[in-house]
Design a binder for this molecule. Sequence first.
Ligand code: FUL
Length: 690
Amino acid sequence: MKNTFVIILFSGLSFFSCQQQKIVAPPAPILPVPTPTQIAWQEMEFYAFAHFNMNTFSNMEWGFGDEKPAQFNPTALDCRQWARVAKEAGMTGIILTAKHHDGFCLWPSKYTEHSVKNSPWKNGKGDLVKDLAEACKEYGLKMGMYYSPWDRNHAAYGKPEYITYMRNQLKEVLGNYGEFFEVWFDGANGGTGYYGGANEERKVDKKTYYDMQNTYPIIRELQPNAMIFSDAGPDIRWVGNEHGYAFETMWSNLLRDSVYAGMLEYSEKYAPGQEFGTHWVPGEADVSIRPGWYYHEYEDHKVRSLPELLDMYYNSIGRNTTFLLNFPIDKRGLIHENDVAKLQQLTAKIKEDFAQELAKGSKATATNVRGIGFEATHAIDGQKETYWATEDGQKTAAITIELKESTTFNRFLVQEYIALGQRVKAFSLEAKTDKGWQEIATATTIGYKRILRLPETTATAIRLIIKDAKASPTISNIELYHAPKLVVPPTISRNKEGMVTMEVPEEGIAIHYTLDGSQPSLQSTKYNQPFSQISPAVIQAIAVAENKQSEVSRTEMDISSAKWQVVGIDEKAEKVIDGKEHSSWSAVGNKKGNEIIIDLGESLTLKGFRYLPMQDRWFSGLIKDYAFYTSLDNKNWHLAKKGEFANIFNNPIWQSVTFKPQTARFIKLKALTTVDDKPATFAEIGVLTE
Ligand code: FUL
């Protein structure tokens, strides 16, 4: 530890020059503490998951295990592209799904026929674990492996022999491809499966069946630097959700002996960690860049937005966990261009937010200092091995940073010196503004890293007040930043009453719009509040702040559904005309079958209709072949158009259909077939009058 070194150095100096400060030993660790390998892993911060396997080709999330190796056939597989994309994004590693629940192996395992060796890819000579290991090496990334203990393909799954198989496979992968930084054990276990042709449900006792305590030593021996991940650790733990969010209060300490992988109460009870957790098992926040973990063409339009991704970044790395972002590798074997584009936007924004550290070169003082080598200034010296520490027994203390000049900031970053254990339980932040000292934030835990997003504040000094701690605080780093506003195209929506709302992710961003399809500019109407737009319009809007202008968001709207009513079915069917793209109605149980009738409230000249299929992650009943009818009296119906929504399964976006203009008061959309033969579902229906 560098601090110890500093003390020895200083002890040679004149005693009188440092009268105020004692020469002291570092604080005693407060248990549990991380191993050096756990610290090195934590410092990796941001790394990638690559879900690519049989599911990519079977279009599944959880394959049953009866798939054929022949199905695995990427056309342009290039692990170097994955590595390049990850590296350019500032990621530090890639974890590969070497075997998922369906049991198919991405390396030519000698213990099963269910692997790449029997696939057409590279004529069965391919080895994806090897390819990725080489690509990671080339790009200076670390490699990790996801291995599903649940195996729906293996005949012996559920019996003791399967555990031998699992251990053999772990030895095979972990012993032959160089160093792994993480071994990821999934807790999922759904029961049913192919199981070598048995096609049955097999339940195992998740607590005892895998006998992990006797599996870990095998991993430790082959990969001493690999972190083992599961709900129960032993080295790192799941954050308890798949949204990429850690909790506000996040302890790296875990009551590890009370947890086992896959336990139901884990997320609520154990995922945030515990102040008095017995073991150091820090959290990892995992999330996919799309709704699914695996690639599905029908999610090409659902890549997470920049504001969503940025929230994940701040709510994971900024809350004492690492950030594991998944890429569903596509059928070609590449990270899809939509995903690459979004990742690049995220990286650019992170760079922009942390471009210039503003506390550098300031003066730091503290209410209490342990002694020489632990002065307040060590919290802003940019060295991760030095820290400000107080005397033992101090559970409250404050550090003041006098900035070189009046400074505007909106991000506060703080780190504890975790090698001595996680200590801080509550803190606040004050700023010396032109109104005097003001509290601008309060929070709980810090841990390895805490980042607070704050309202824009201009101050000449800041003060971190530790309000409560498990033991005397050790603060290794404090940073301040001024992140520019997130200027992204506004989202535009219209409700059933015809009220248009436009939204941007932050305050202080102006929106300008046009209604006639013309290019919006600073001179265009400024959006202040929702407005009524019942007649057709092409709304184009831009967000503007700090001399930056977003790209244009464009929404075409026909007449609103303000006067419309669904005819003769339950009121849930109103969801089809409520203007909300994420609500839907299913024709299941509808006596009239797969159709919906809408009363437009007036006679209109229609030139076509629009249909938005269900937008849920797990969708069903998307209409494939349709018939659209019009009527003046809800009795005599006229077929306006019959046809097919081509490729709707893979591309479930708004569908627009035009036909010969005709006058109608009632419309009927009938599903002749649906993509999965399930009852038809409808998210939204609109008409075209323009
Ligand atoms: C889950 C699995 O069931 C998903 O398919 C995915 O692999 C995710 C990372 O973990 O438990």
